[in-house]
Design a protein around this ligand. Structure first.
Ligand SMILES: CC(=O)N[C@H]1[C@@H](OP(=O)(O)OP(=O)(O)OC[C@H]2O[C@@H](n3ccc(=O)[nH]c3=O)[C@H](O)[C@@H]2O)O[C@H](CO)[C@@H](O)[C@@H]1O
Ligand SMILES: C=C(OP(=O)(O)O)C(=O)O
Length: 417
């Protein structure tokens, strides 16, 4: 299994381009099933999750081809309605096969995705909403079997929690439903707005995406289009923190500063110099940082996908800080590994208390999930000595050209097969 070897202690300096957003590209790729026409998506990051989605779509009946960062998709075979365990288990976003297939075929059988390292991640909000749209739902032999008599029917749906995946799944299903759907308490993440923009370019009538109320006027047919995926705000945040933790200076090109306010505001408060243009952000370490507490929340709050990286940074900031995780119930698996690098962390329920240490020191560490991996890489970049990071397949799910980008910034990092 591949490992990453990092010799820490170098201040990162230079510029890198932010990749397209994984969490935008995934729902958009699944939504290409809504039309048989050719669709071209650009700025798609090269990641394991994208490869898995391309393979998934091809299994279902699309001809999906990825060349560089562009994906083209069109119908090639009769669509299958069964999404088997072997495809679904590879990534959580597989559950997004439900919306488009239910809308197009009136039935879909999906293997239950199961839990993962960061939490149980049930799909009850998705299923309840599909039920409101008129779908019949049965769970049998580890599969959710969903079907509808004719077209889905528009409905008023009130989410008990603004789930990102459920908002996407229901938006995708409702664009071809009969009548009007209203999602109340919808997720407001920038990736939802990007998906809505894509759907509208295909001829859908989605309004309000990016706010807590989304309305969707169903249409009978969608057509092909082209779309450029937005910048990955989580990748961008990770590189800003890389600048802070190594006391360096990093310029991020093709970034979307407007989507990163929760992070840049906190970095500024901590004492990092942040300069923004419409599509770039630079971060410069100018003085010792001050500790900052963080509490994860849905957008526009502090993203749970940056919690682990923030913990790595605060581990090296003199003084006391704390991080509360409110979105997932078990997203602290990086704590034990950060401690191996010398971090002083105490877990108390949903909160981790951090006492900043003067230095971290290299150690062999193991990645449990994508952002835990990012936190360990960041900590290793700042630690004295040579660290070995194993189980990096988690990182390959979400960071395009990670070692190459970090090397461009001057890091001493290499992959070992
Ligand atoms: C591919 C993708 O875009 N992944 C992102 C998406 O995941 P994902 O779409 O899975 O996240 P959700 O917003 O759905 O989940 C947030 C919380 O709601 C719970 N929940 C969700 C659905 C449901 O039916 N029932 C339920 O209880 C989950 O267990 C979790 O505790 O948003 C998360 C929250 O910003 C991010 O961390 C992930 O990176
Ligand atoms: C949790 C994440 O992804 P996923 O929902 O695909 O597991 C993430 O991107 O941090």
């Amino acid at each position: 299994m591949d490992k990453i070897i990092i010799t820490g202690g170098k201040k990162l300096k230079g510029s890198v381009k932010v990749s397209g957003s994984k969490n935008s590209a995934l729902p958009i790729l699944f939504a290409t099933l809504l039309t048989d026409d050719p669709v071209t998506i650009s700025n798609v990051p090269s990641l394991a999750d994208i490869d898995a989605t391309v393979a998934f779509l091809n299994f279902i009946g699309k001809k999906t081809v990825k060349k560089g960062n562009t994906v083209t998709a069109y119908k090639s075979n009769k669509y299958k309605h069964i999404a088997p365990y072997d495809l679904v288990r590879k990534m959580r976003a597989s559950v997004l096969i439900m919306g488009p297939l239910l809308a197009r075929l009136g039935k879909v059988d999906v293997s239950l995705p199961g839990g993962c390292a960061i939490g149980a991640r049930p799909i009850d909000i998705h299923l309840e909403a599909f039920g409101k749209l008129g779908a019949n739902i049965e769970v049998e032999n580890g599969y959710v079997k969903t079907s509808s008599q004719g077209r889905l029917k528009g409905a008023n749906i009130n989410f008990r929690f603004p789930s990102v995946g459920a908002t996407e799944n229901i938006m995708i299903a409702a664009v071809l439903a009969r009548g009007k759907t209203k999602i109340i308490n919808a997720a407001k993440e920038p990736e939802i707005k990007d998906l809505a923009d894509f759907l509208n370019k295909m001829g859908a009538k989605v309004k309000g995406a990016g706010t807590k109320n989304i309305t969707i006027e169903g249409v009978t047919k969608l057509h092909g289009t082209t779309h450029k995926v937005i910048a990955d705000r989580i990748e961008a945040a990770t590189y800003l923190i890389a600048a802070a933790i190594t006391k360096g200076e990093v310029l991020l090109k093709d970034a979307a500063p407007k989507d990163l306010k929760a992070i840049t505001a906190k970095l500024k408060k901590a004492g990092l110099k942040i300069t923004e243009t419409k599509n770039s952000i630079s971060a410069k370490w100018v003085k010792n940082l001050k500790p900052q507490n963080a509490r994860t929340a849905v957008y526009p709050g502090f993203p749970t996908d940056v919690q682990a990286q923030w913990m790595a940074l605060m581990s090296l900031v003199k003084g006391k800080s704390k991080i509360e995780e409110t979105v997932f119930e078990n997203r602290f698996l990086h704590v034990a590994e950060l401690r191996r690098l010398g971090a002083n962390l105490t877990v108390d329920g949903k909160t981790v208390h951090i006492t900043g240490v003067e230095k971290l020191s290299a150690a062999p560490v193991m990645v449990s999930d994508l952002r835990a991996g990012a936190a360990l890489v960041l900590a290793a970049l700042a630690a004295n000595g040579k660290s070995t990071v194993s189980r990096i397949y988690h990182l390959d799910r979400g960071y395009e050209l990670l070692e190459k980008k970090l090397r461009t910034l001057g890091a001493n990092i290499k992959r070992q097969s």
